[in-house]
Design a protein around this ligand. Structure first.
Ligand SMILES: Cc1cc2nc3c(=O)[nH]c(=O)nc-3n(C[C@H](O)[C@H](O)[C@H](O)COP(=O)(O)OP(=O)(O)OC[C@H]3O[C@@H](n4cnc5c(N)ncnc54)[C@H](O)[C@@H]3O)c2cc1C
Ligand code: SF4
Ligand code: SF4
Length: 1024
């Protein structure tokens, strides 16, 4: 420790700074962390686990940073820069970390701008400009611009995660770049710190003075000197993002960087991947929001024809053509297999095309644009494809189809097994005239190496995304190099750009010299040296990069090993390998995972960062309120992966999985299953948390609170008899505080109130087992612990409604009566007691199997309980019986919606009196995860006059016992305040419907309103 560091910063020392820091990071790290903590207001994250979470991005690489710094203000960045300069620690700036080439992984100090440095500094609607801090996310900027009728039109697929700083760093490009250009075409100015601490103000060269002017003069001299090389070697395509934009003085781009041909020095930083300066602010050119769009979907019998036609289609524009995007046969097939996408895709198909192109025109009115679609139809006729265009004039079908297209990569990435679609040549750009031949030739290359590619994306600009499937733990690196070599030869042959959208990073850095030749490459080194002579900013990127296939830099290097564990749940579905050509996976359990499939399930997270979203959907409530990488699905998956592979620094490999570091990362996971639904690769952190807790608690023991929560179903029958006594906790002053101290339940919360009269002792009468088995309209009602003991009214309402609808209802009971009620095991799962949960689940299976085998629906009220039968119960080793039950297990509203569609609810409908209040609906997270929200709306609409309105909410924040816990109270309320509580408050006269017990409690605590289960509302509306 504390080895003396060279204090004098010399040019020579600077050249080695990167390697030195990687080698002696322990010594440097302590001093760095201490100074950052003392001299800034930012967050200083230097634990092995924190650093591990920032060691990866959406690429195949992994490099452990020295530390992570999360600045609170822009000034913190400057201070951190000064400290890093003093200590010779390199800096890796980072936004959302969604780069695909390893741009944000490096051995220096990672500075994460995205949490705090994200203000909109100014908007000039008239001049159509905005000035922003680099950490702002594109969608958030566009939401703020919408009221002005403006947007920032570089519409990357990652618009919900990508920061403007990161987009500028990568010179990002959107689907509509044919109309709007790339980042470089839409940046008007930048302020940025050089590594010497000076602030550059970059804008028009002809107006520049001082250091900016000097920089401009320097680069201009280089550019002038290299004119012949630039003209000979520079790709003449729109999509070229490699190297530095030395061509600002001698435009080579299909679309000049500025409309008036002027030179803008800010463009030097665009695409520089954090290697030249740290961006402080960006001035952006805004565009008018298109008022109307029309879409023509061209169906092609062969992929080649689709590629060949693109060059003709782009000529239709007159400035109104905004996109030509490809979806190939494989992607069409995959979408057709996905119930969420299939209906949408079908609307776009004529027969069985081999590929489709989405051709979009935008302008001021549909009337102005519809002739464009006619021209497209005529063109396709001329090209020998009459009747090949589906015309989409209305907005809704267009929007749905774009969602499928945007999900393209995600659809592809859900492949299980060690072979994954790898991003390394996926955005080469070739002139449109050669697109067909290029894609054809590259397909042959994939075949030669035993792989295949699925093609999609930006046909309009010759940038097609394609990822061959490679197994990086085995021979992937060598195959990657071989394919890259052949792909680059094709790119050269067709005069394209090797790096056309996703940047250079670690993956393509070594191809910069190949693309531009040694002289231009040398000029890049001179620009780097001019701006960052200390080599502090993202060293070894663009200039002097490492080899792309250096396995020491990889996340899944051949040395990657998983520590064996015996899992409590069955993860064998993930324990498979795949065939890279057919994409077929082997039998469950055959994948060779030492953690029985659990590690492979965790490794499904490819770090694409989709969970960093704030828009519709549930994922990820804890990130939405904390904005911490640690409390993000990605951060959790990375923590688990590092632990399972013994890479959590400072923790013994065998102790890592059950360490407090993992517990901390999972602590704020509310188990909402938002990720199970919203994560493109299906990372199910809620289930992973159950597995983790099982191991953690087995080692560290259960707390009193754990036991009180878990065993609730076991003691509820006698606790209800002591209701008066137990409810004193919320009546006698001081007892709540005592319960917080002794058990950890927040004193700020009331607890669910025990009732002496429960559903189970209410004498509610259902049909006998024999009667229901013989009935014409049978149904079994499963009453869970919560509705049975705490809110008996919900269960009796459900019974009443089902009977009113003419069903013979049997109330499920245990096969052997022991005074307790049936239980799905949910509370045990939440506490990590998987064995106890299995015992409960087997009792439930035994009780319900005879009905399920007869095809009788098993209806439940509490989403988290009922849906356990369709989820965790299937991975508890309960065999086919659990499968049989899962097929019949339906939420009350799912059952009614199904029956209504089948015309079985006419009697019930006739008996429902109208409602005249607005109805607000909050969906339980598990309902959302299982697509079970729309049935509630359907059922509510059975009530005459009902116009249910869905609250766009994430998790309510209560999440079982989570929100009751003192340690989680604040976060729980913040989650509720994100959208749920404000929406409820906004409509004081609305009936609020929420089917989750904990959701209703949260609404009562936070908005002082009584929400009701849908069964209660239906029962209330029943008339004789
Ligand atoms: C599923 C998926 C889809 C994608 N689709 C697209 C697409 O349609 N179009 C496209 O162009 N890209 C796409 N990408 C790549 C990536 O999302 C974009 O490049 C995005 O703009 C990166 O934004 P970010 O905030 O995540 O940046 P990061 O990855 O965090 O950083 C990007 C670069 O900018 C630098 N940087 C960040 N902040 C600063 C700063 N303040 N100062 C200096 N340098 C800084 C970083 O060091 C890095 O070199 C996609 C990626 C994925 C995973
Ligand atoms: S958890 Fe899912 S959404 Fe988040 S980064 Fe990983 S794969 Fe992407
Ligand atoms: S279960 Fe919910 S809280 Fe947990 S990681 Fe997934 S989305 Fe986030």
């Amino acid at each position: 420790m504390n080895a003396p560091l060279p204090l004098k910063i010399t040019q020579e020392a600077a050249a080695h700074a990167y390697d030195d820091v990687a080698r002696v990071s322990n010594e440097v790290a302590g001093r760095l962390a201490a100074r950052l903590a003392a001299e800034t207001k930012g967050e200083v994250l230097f634990s092995g686990t924190d650093r591990g979470r920032y060691a990866t991005d959406a690429s195949i690489y992994q490099v452990m940073p020295v530390g992570v710094f999360v600045p609170r203000h822009a000034t913190d960045v400057k201070t951190a820069l000064d400290i890093c300069r003093d200590l010779q620690v390199p800096i890796v700036p980072r936004g959302g970390g969604t780069s695909q080439c390893g741009q944000t992984v490096g051995a220096g100090l990672v500075i994460d701008y995205a949490k705090h440095v994200r203000n909109i500094l100014a908007v000039d609607a008239e001049a159509r400009t905005a000035e922003v801090e680099p950490g702002i996310v594109l969608d958030h900027l566009n939401a703020a611009l919408k009221p002005h009728g403006l947007w920032y039109p570089v519409d990357v697929s990652t618009s919900a995660q990508a920061t403007l700083g990161g987009m500028a760093g990568n010179n990002s490009c959107g689907s509509r770049s044919i109309a709007y250009g790339n980042m470089v075409h839409n940046v008007l100015g930048a302020t940025a710190w050089r590594s010497d601490g000076s602030l550059l103000e970059l804008g028009r060269y002809d107006a520049a003075s001082g250091p900016a002017r000097a920089l401009g003069d320097y680069v201009k001299a280089l550019s002038d000197q290299l004119r012949p090389e630039i003209e000979a070697h520079w790709p003449k395509v729109l999509r070229r993002v490699a190297g530095y934009n030395l061509d600002i003085f001698n435009n080579q781009n299909e679309k000049p960087y500025t409309p008036d041909g002027s030179v803008n020095l800010a463009h030097l930083l665009v695409g520089s991947e954090g290697t030249l300066a740290l961006t402080k602010s960006l001035t952006l050119r805004l565009s008018e929001l298109p008022r109307a769009k029309v879409l023509g979907v061209v169906n092609f019998p062969t992929f080649y024809q689709a590629m060949d036609s693109a060059q003709h289609i782009v000529k239709l524009g007159d400035g109104t053509l905004t996109a030509v995007e490809l979806v190939d046969r494989t992607m069409i097939e995959l979408s057709l297999q996905n119930p969420a996408f299939a209906p949408t895709v079908r609307t776009a198909l004529i027969g069985q095309p081999d590929a489709i192109l989405l051709v979009e025109f935008s302008g001021s009115s549909k009337a102005e644009l519809t002739p464009k679609i006619k021209q497209l139809v005529e063109l396709m006729g001329e090209l020998g494809l009459p009747g090949s265009v589906v015309e989409m004039i209305d907005d809704a079908p267009q929007k749905n189809l774009w969602e499928v297209r945007k999900a393209g990569l995600n659809i592809m990435m859900s492949l299980k097994g060690d072979g994954k679609p790898v991003s390394f040549i996926e955005d080469c750009a070739v002139p449109l005239a050669h697109l067909a031949d290029y894609t054809d030739a590259l397909t042959q290359v994939f075949r030669k190496y035993g792989s295949k590619g699925t093609w999609y994306a930006h046909a309009s600009v010759g940038t097609l995304h394609v990822r061959p499937i490679l197994d990086m733990r085995r021979e992937g690196a060598s195959k990657m190099r071989a394919i890259a070599e052949e792909a680059s030869a094709l790119v050269r042959h067709y005069k394209g750009a090797y790096s056309g959208e996703h940047g250079d990073g670690l993956c393509r850095g070594e191809w910069v010299e190949w693309q531009f030749g040694p002289k231009i490459n040398d000029a890049f080194a001179q620009i780097k040296n001019y701006l960052d002579p200390l080599n502090l900013l993202s060293p070894q990127r663009i200039v002097n990069p490492p080899k792309m296939d250096d396995t020491r830099l990889m996340r899944f290097a051949p040395s990657y090993k998983v520590i064996p564990i015996q899992t409590a749940l069955d993860w064998s579905a993930w324990n498979v390998q795949n065939d890279p050509v057919t994409e077929q996976t082997g039998a469950p359990g055959t994948g060779g995972d030492a953690a029985q499939g659990f590690a492979k399930a965790v490794e499904m997270c490819n770090n694409n960062g989709h969970c960093r979203k704030f828009d519709a959907g549930t994922m990820c409530p804890s990130y939405r309120v904390t904005r911490d990488e640690k409390h993000l699905t990605r951060g959790r998956a990375n923590t688990l992966r590092l632990a399972l592979s013994g890479q959590l620094e400072g923790i013994k490999a065998e102790d890592a999985f059950t360490s407090d570091a993992v517990k901390d990362a999972l602590d704020l996971c509310v188990g909402c299953k938002g990720c199970k639904r919203d994560c493109p690769t299906g990372v199910d952190m809620a289930r992973m948390k159950v597995e983790f807790l099982h191991h953690y608690k087995a080692k560290h023991g259960y707390t009193l609170k754990d036991k009180l929560v878990a065993y609730l179903p076991d003691y509820a029958h006698w606790a209800s008899r002591l209701a008066l006594l137990l409810n004193l906790r919320d009546k006698i002053p001081g007892l709540a505080a005592l319960s917080e101290k002794m058990m950890g339940f927040s004193a700020k919360r009331t607890l669910p109130q025990w009732k002496t009269q429960t559903f189970f002792n209410s004498g509610a009468a259902g049909a006998s087992r024999e009667e229901v088995l013989a009935a014409a309209k049978p149904v079994v009602l499963f009453v869970d612990t919560f509705n049975g003991y705490f809110e008996a009214g919900n269960a009796s309402s459900a019974l009443k409604v089902l009977q009113a609808a003419g069903y013979t209802v049997h109330i499920a009971t245990k096969t052997v009566a022991d005074g307790k009620s049936l239980c799905c095991g949910r509370t045990y799962l939440a506490s990590g007691m998987v064995d106890k949960a299995k015992a409960k689940a087997s009792e439930l299976v035994a009780a319900l199997l005879p009905f399920a085998e007869k095809g009788i629906a098993i209806v439940g009220l509490e989403p988290s309980c009922l849906l356990t039968m369709r989820d965790e119960m299937l991975v508890m080793g309960l065999g086919d019986a659990a499968q049989t039950i899962s097929r019949q297990a339906l939420l009350f509203e799912e059952f009614l919606a199904r029956e209504a569609t089948a015309g079985q609810l006419e009697t019930l409908k006739a008996r429902l009196k109208p409602v005249d209040q607005p109805i607000l609906l909050h969906g339980h997270c598990h309902q959302k995860a299982f697509g079970a929200v729309s049935p509630i709306i359907d059922v509510l609409k059975l009530i005459p006059g009902a116009k249910p309105e869905l609250i766009e909410s994430s998790c309510c924040g209560m999440a079982g016992s989570f929100g009751y816990e003192a340690s989680h109270y604040e976060v729980s309320m913040q989650m509720a305040e994100l959208s749920l509580l404000p929406a409820v408050r906004q409509q004081p006269d609305a009936i609020v419907v929420a089917d989750g017990t904990s959701c209703r409690h949260q609404i009562r605590d936070g908005a002082q309103r009584e929400a009701v289960h849908v069964a209660v509302l239906l029962a209330r509306q029943l008339q004789d």
